[in-house]
Design a protein around this ligand. Sequence first.
Ligand code: Y43
Ligand code: MG
Length: 198
Amino acid sequence: MAISDGETWVLASHNAGKIKELRDILAPRGIALKSAVELDLPEPEETEPTFEGNAALKARAACEATGLTCLADDSGLSVDALDGAPGIYSARWAGEPRDFGRAMQRVHDELGEAADRTARFVSVIALARPDGSISRYRGEVAGTIIWPPRGKGGFGYDPVFCPAGERRTFGEMAPEEKRQLSHRARALAAMIAAEFGS
Ligand SMILES: O=c1nc[nH]c2c1ncn2[C@H]1C[C@H](O)[C@@H](COP(=O)(O)OP(=O)(O)OP(=O)(O)O)O1
Ligand SMILES: [Mg+2]
């Protein structure tokens, strides 16, 4: 499907950090994003067992509510020594209201003395169109979990995640540096290649 310049899509997310990152990447492509927060859309319960399932569920719910092309991101931190946890439960580990200090502490506590500190961030972007079609794109970045947390940039688990080959955490990087490496940027690059052809 060709995408024309100057389109507005709905971004089916209530996470301010994600919304900013996705806008920063898509604005230069001529795609403006109206967020679920601005449109006052309800936050659907994420009942699927996979990132793919939950990304599709969020994009479809917003598409049905608005009749517009909708983008959703379902993402999380997957720690190898924890069999992939928190994974799709990454937001839920922060509790309600969300406290990622607590979520990062839990990752650290559950890792204990484990020798293997490797992890990856995963993002699945789903694009739901009013004709009922849906496309999904996955991006990942490998790295290690460090302690104590470092840096105030980004959001979520960024202060405990060092991408492979880097000494700094995502929390210590400027937005444009995180954007060169992140799972979300990689998923979006796959989407842009498929949808825009470049
Ligand atoms: O780049 C990231 N840097 C740090 N942490 C991250 C990142 N990407 C995902 N994460 C963690 C925190 C987030 O809260 C959770 C995603 O959960 P997820 O359900 O997909 O998003 P969410 O509930 O925050 O917003 P929404 O569902 O409205 O899009 O994984
Ligand atoms: Mg969520």
